[in-house]
Design a protein around this ligand. Structure first.
Ligand code: FAD
Length: 311
């Protein structure tokens, strides 16, 4: 191990650091090429799993399935398929679930999905659908022995009346069989730890894995954060000030900012990270490198992680 890797490992109390990567299904052949270049570049880092999102209202049902199936067929990565229950009957959702099992998928990220009218509008479950995410989780677990991950919101879901409601919903999802929560992205680590404390006090004991969004386009991230209610600290805006027309420097700053965030999390005991890649490998690859997560040949014979995931 290099001294950098040793230092990180010491910081993590000797526990190995593990990562997972999130992608979205591509719309065009060009986007597909970008996605697959990214998957091929990130695969040797042996992520615990790679997840593929499901478009709003199930709009990418086919494309998500095709992408996940290709990951199963062409790589040794463990895919996790996102699945929402909004605007779908139980029968439709169950069919998708069975299709994943038959395709060799063993992990689903179960979500409710945004209201069809958009974030902020009232959510009405489909009359013949799963009413809540906890119901969906139970349905998936009944269908087959899937690993099920769910969402968590360190800064509260925008629809939620209170943190307590959010924690009740998360607890119900765990009671229904979810074994991991992945958080909405956040930029102030203190908010994540405050949420973690509340969740543990509520008796929620599954891993609550921080979702990390490396920000290279500050304006875009700011818009997204406004919608999701994610706090953007002033210092973050200041780091990107004056760089609107300088994407190269923005990218370097983005790597530095995200590295700073994950190192602080490691220093405070976090050893598992979920990266929102936006289908781009460079930033995430660089941050993983700094975390000591390298392709096997760079880490010596044993490599990192289970070494089973090269594309
Ligand atoms: P839940 O966890 O079930 O609920 C979220 C919140 O809504 C609750 O915490 C609570 O505040 C409120 N709420 C829900 N039910 C009730 C109730 N009965 N009473 C009172 N309040 C209630 N969206 C997609 O379309 N596709 C994706 O692939 C996708 N992937 C995601 C991955 C992650 C890691 C995260 C964090 C989010 C993702 N989303 C995705 C977004 C998600 O669908 C939206 O945030 C949606 O609005 C809520 O879905 P959920 O599963 O998080 O809901």
């Amino acid at each position: 191990m290099s001294s950098d890797v040793e230092r990180r490992s010491r910081r993590a109390g000797g526990r190995p650091i593990s990562v997972s990567f999130e992608f979205f299904p591509p719309k065009t052949p060009d986007m597909e090429a970008t996605l697959w270049n990214s998957i091929t570049r990130l695969a040797p880092l042996a992520p615990k799993f790679v997840s593929v999102t499901y478009g709003a209202g199930g709009s990418t049902r086919e494309r998500t399935h095709t992408t996940v199936e290709r990951i199963v067929k062409e790589t040794r990565l463990a895919p996790a398929a996102h699945l929402t229950c909004v605007s779908a009957t139980k029968g439709e959702v169950d069919e998708v679930v069975r299709g994943y099992w038959d395709a060799g998928v063993r992990h689903i990220v179960a979500l409710r999905g945004d209201p069809p009218g958009g974030v902020g509008q009232a959510y009405d479950p489909h009359a013949e659908g799963y009413r809540t995410t906890a119901d969906l989780v139970a349905g998936i677990r009944r269908s087959a022995n899937f690993e099920v991950s769910v969402s968590a919101y360190p800064e509260k879901h925008p629809e939620s009346p209170s943190f307590d409601t959010d924690l009740d919903i998360l607890a119900a999802k765990v009671d229904a069989g979810a074994t991991r929560a992945i958080t909405q992205c956040f930029f102030d680590n203190d908010l994540y730890f405050a949420f973690l404390d509340k969740a543990r006090a509520r008796g929620i004991d599954v891993p609550i894995v921080p979702g990390i969004l490396p920000v290279s386009n500050f304006k875009q991230a700011k818009n997204f954060s406004t919608k999701t209610g994610t706090y953007m600290p002033d210092w973050l805006a200041a780091r990107f000030e004056g760089l609107d027309n300088d994407p190269e420097t923005r990218k370097l700053i983005a790597a530095a900012v995200a590295a700073e965030q994950v190192f602080d999390l490691v220093d405070r005991g976090v050893t598992e990270f979920h990266f929102y890649t936006l289908n781009r490998a460079d930033l995430v690859y660089a941050i993983c490198h700094l975390l000591g997560i390298r392709p096997p040949q760079e880490n010596g014979a044993s490599g990192h992680g289970n070494g089973a995931a090269a594309a």
